[in-house]
Ligand binder design. Structure first.
Ligand code: ARG
Length: 591
């Protein structure tokens, strides 16, 4: 693999050396380069530098222009306005740089690895045992999966943790009920179909949950037996644990069926739920109490914060141990931090969790800092996401006002997408329509989620999501499939770079943008911002559409020009394919 210096990086280097030659104190300064409509790039950094050096910005800009080496990469550089630089790249450099990307292994496209990769533990896709997955679990899974792909692509070591809710008092009730009705989780028949067995598992769990709840609410003696079970569970009684394991296993059958529908790889060893930290809880509390980070207050073990107060003005503490001795969500998360920092050697802890849990994480991180578990070298961050809204702009609910089951929503998306695929299908079999329908439908759901910045709420609007026009995954998937079809039709002529050719404006725009894939990935990974990659890909497809309108490919004037345009087509296709893969979205060859 060969990492390729992008055009923008190489212009940056040219400018930086001209700059430090012109103004020695500006060595290492950022010329603030960005793509521009007027020229290919514009550098805006001279203004601030001149101001700092008390120099005239236009004069400094002119000095830099005089020193910039033009020729191979930079065709022209000129001063504009109060001291901006407009930079034009040679056609040759555009094609040569892309050719170097093209020569790299297909998915890599010459994108360099990060200079100092570290270890990130990412906490995402964390449904709850014995409970249905709903639309809130969608975002964590989709965003988390894309961030994993992005980070791994830059060379980061990534440890995935699915912090499922598999522990707590509700299990006493469930276990007791199952103990008294031992066949309630039996499967009717073994089935090969994961979706079917997933559905069956969930309906078993749901039925059992409701029955147990009914009994718990109406039968005082059962309630007592159920409470005793919680104590047995936490004490590690083998029979109780074995019953609990049945719930976890049953739930996993269901989770895996949903993740499979989501076209997402979740691995069993990465599922380390709340229960996985049970053995650490007592020690976590002891360390917090001994160090004085936590104090007893009305029997509970609490951590207090200056700036966190309730509506009554009284401080709201983080409760790590309740007055009855029970441990909750916070104790588990604090223990998980110890595990992730000291055992997994993470230097970054990332939590893809609903924004409504932000106060929890703020308090947990601060507590861990005070306890010395999160040192200077360790970053902890919640990648907080917003709410999925219905078309009416209110949190997404069914018409009956219930939370929407994730599977229902995915099925509906697949149905709608299949209808779109069927309408456009020319030579697709029923089987292919079903397969593409799933790829388009799931892609639509993921793309809609990933194309808005995570922190914002968004409206779940299937009509818009599967639309062929506009910023949708289907539009990108069609762009990809169209390019692949052209490449198939090219016959004898193969894509080949011809740096000696003069480029049309639409070719230059497409080429320059294709080259910016590396920067986009770098930025999206650094900021955990898949939406920046989505925006980039949409623009790439749009520029391709313009190019395709303006520049005949197979009917270009000379064989060299046909080859060069096929080459631009192919590099666009590869970029779309790889970019979409980093979002967890498939790009079918034909649509
Ligand atoms: N299971 C939780 C929920 O459904 C999310 C867990 C988030 N991760 C964590 N380490 N607390 O809301």
């Amino acid at each position: 693999m060969a990492s390729v210096t992008s055009l923008s990086d190489s212009v940056q280097q040219h400018l930086a050396s001209a700059l430090s030659a012109g103004l020695p104190e500006a060595a290492g300064a950022d010329p603030l380069l960005r793509r521009s409509d007027r020229a290919d790039f514009q550098a805006n950094g001279i203004l601030a530098l001149a101001k700092k050096a008390k120099a005239n910005p236009r004069e400094l800009a002119t000095q830099v222009v005089d020193r910039v080496v033009t020729g191979d990469v930079i065709k022209e550089v000129e001063v504009s306005g109060p001291g901006f630089l407009n930079i034009t790249i040679t056609d040759k450099a555009i094609i040569e740089t892309l050719a170097a990307r093209y020569a790299d292994e297909a998915g890599r496209l010459g994108v360099p690895y990060a200079a100092n990769p570290g270890t990130t533990v990412i906490d995402y896709a964390q449904p709850n045992v014995a409970k249905e997955m709903h639309v809130g679990h969608l975002r964590s899974a989709v965003i988390g999966d894309s961030v994993v792909q992005l980070l791994e692509f830059t060379g980061e070591s990534v440890v995935r943790r699915h912090h499922i809710g598999d522990w707590g008092t509700q299990f006493g009730m469930l276990i007791q009920y199952l103990d008294e009705h031992p066949h309630e989780l039996d499967h009717k028949a073994s089935t090969e179909d994961t979706a079917a067995s997933g559905e069956e598992a969930m309906s078993n769990l749901d039925r059992l949950y409701k029955a147990a709840r009914r009994k718990f609410d109406s039968d005082e003696e059962f309630k007592t037996r159920a409470r005793r079970r919680v104590v047995d569970l936490q004490a590690g009684d083998p029979h109780t644990l074995a019953m609990w394991q049945k719930f976890v296993d049953e739930s996993k059958i269901y989770f895996f069926s949903v993740f499979e529908k989501l076209d997402m790889e979740i691995r069993d060893p990465d599922i380390v739920g709340e229960s996985g930290y049970n053995d650490m809880l007592a020690e976590t509390c002891r360390l917090l109490e001994e160090s004085g980070v936590a104090v007893r207050s009305e029997g509970a073990l609490c951590v207090f914060f200056e700036d966190i107060k309730g509506p009554d003005g009284n401080p709201v503490p983080l409760i790590v141990q309740k007055s009855d001795g029970g441990y909750g969500y916070a104790a588990t998360d604090l223990s998980a931090i110890r595990d992730r920092v000291f055992n997994l050697k993470a230097d970054t802890l990332l939590y893809v969790v609903d924004a409504r849990q932000s106060l929890h994480f703020k308090m947990v991180f601060e507590t861990a800092r005070r306890a010395g578990w999160l040192g200077d070298g360790v970053k902890a961050q919640q990648l907080a996401f917003g709410t999925v809204l219905g078309k009416d702009g209110k949190p997404f609910k069914t018409r009956e006002g219930e939370t929407v089951r994730l599977v229902d929503l995915l099925d509906e998306a697949i149905d709608r997408a299949s209808a779109v695929v069927r309408e456009k299908a020319q030579d697709l079999s029923e089987e292919e329509i079903a397969e593409r329908g799933a790829q388009v439908g799931i892609g639509a759901v993921k793309y809609a989620d990933l194309s808005t910045s995570a922190s914002r709420d968004y409206k779940f609007d299937l009509d818009q999501m599967v639309s062929l026009n506009g910023d949708t995954s289907v539009y990108l998937q069609y762009a990809y499939a169209r390019i692949r079809s052209i490449l198939r039709k090219a016959g004898e002529l193969r894509p080949a770079a011809h740096p000696e050719l003069e480029l049309a404006a639409a070719e230059r725009a497409l080429g320059l943008h294709a080259d910016a894939f590396a920067e986009t990935v770098r930025e999206a990974a650094r900021e955990y911002a898949p939406h920046k990659l989505a925006a980039y890909l949409y623009q790439l497809a749009s520029l391709y559409t313009t190019f395709y309108d303006k520049c005949p490919v197979l009917k270009a004037e000379t064989p060299q020009q046909v080859e060069n345009r096929l080459f631009l087509c192919d590099i666009t296709a590869r970029t779309l394919h790889q970019g979409m893969a980093l979002l967890g979205i498939r790009t079918p060859e034909r649509l």
